[in-house]
Design a protein around this ligand. Structure first.
Ligand code: NAP
Length: 256
């Protein structure tokens, strides 16, 4: 009987997780701490970051929180550099932070378009540029980009968001193509609605949410821990031959 605890583990691993002040990022931080990783977490909301940091610290792992605005060029670069200083290296980068403005393309302001592209697509690129050289030097690394089913399909009112996540999916493939030779695996996770602040903001009204649930073969939305479990697998040695994939997590929605 194989001992899976030696395969799906993050013992001695050091991870940088963006957008960990709430939602999926906070859940991923908690699950990563359970699996044995030391962490750097980022966001803008100091109170939310501190709450996540305390959860991780209670599990006995080291954790530094960094306030960084990923709309800027400097934010991701400085966050990456400070993570390298604190952890020594970043073995796992989880590009989780994201924003959505639900509006049709003709209503979308340039400011919303730019914020969406900069947080969802440019920041993962800039963070990877900062931490991947050390991954290459150590011949080991994991990049997990939190995309969306809206990066594969184009739900109404999500045009800027869909464009950013579709870009993130191809960026993931480009990362895999360039860096797999150094034993670095880049993959993306593409969930449908997950019950976080963002999920509730967009789909919380039953008048909108119930018809959406009815279209999902599993007849429900996802839970944050279900995404975190997949991210854990993609961060662990158990997934070392999975590379360049965009894994849909949608209760079957895109199958029918
Ligand atoms: P959330 O609850 O709204 O959390 C978003 C996180 O991103 C927060 O920690 C927020 O931190 C951070 N963030 C946003 N703008 C930022 C900025 N300018 N600088 C730094 N951090 C920023 O959303 P979530 O549901 O957990 O979403 C996490 C990821 O999953 C996103 O990439 C999202 O697109 C993706 N996703 C979510 C769903 C869903 O239904 N929930 C479905 C598919 C994909 P601060 O506010 O502290 O800055």
């Amino acid at each position: 009987m194989p001992d899976y605890s030696t395969r799906i583990t993050l013992a001695n691993q050091r991870a940088l997780i963006t957008g960990a002040s709430r939602g999926l990022g906070a859940e991923i931080a908690s699950v990563f701490a359970d699996a044995g990783a030391d962490l750097v977490i980022t966001g803008r909301d100091a109170a939310g970051l501190e709450a996540t940091r305390q959860v991780v610290a209670k599990k006995g792992r080291r954790c530094l929180s960094i306030e960084a605005d990923l709309r800027t060029v400097e934010g991701p670069r400085l966050a990456g550099e400070r993570a390298l200083e604190f952890l020594g290296t970043v073995d796992i980068l989880v590009n989780n932070a994201g924003v959505v403005f639900v509006e049709n393309l003709l209503e979308s302001s340039l400011a919303h378009w730019e914020e969406t592209q900069n947080v969802n697509l440019r920041a993962p690129f800039l963070l990877a540029q900062t931490v991947v050289p050390k991954m290459i030097a150590q011949r080991r690394g994991k990049l997990i980009n939190i995309s969306s089913l809206a990066g594969v399909l184009a739900p109404e009112g999500h045009g800027a968001y869909s464009a950013s996540k579709a870009g993130l999916n191809l960026l993931t493939q480009a990362m895999a193509a360039e860096w797999a030779r150094y034993n670095i695996q880049a993959n993306a996770v593409a969930p449908t609605v997950i019950l976080t602040a963002m999920g509730r903001q967009v789909w919380g009204d039953p008048l909108k949410g119930d018809p959406m649930k009815a279209r999902i073969p599993s007849r429900r939305f996802g839970e944050p821990v279900e995404v975190a479990d997949l991210v854990l697998f993609l961060a662990s040695p158990a997934s070392d031959f999975i590379c360049g994939q965009v894994i849909r997590m949608d209760g079957g929605l895109s199958s029918c």
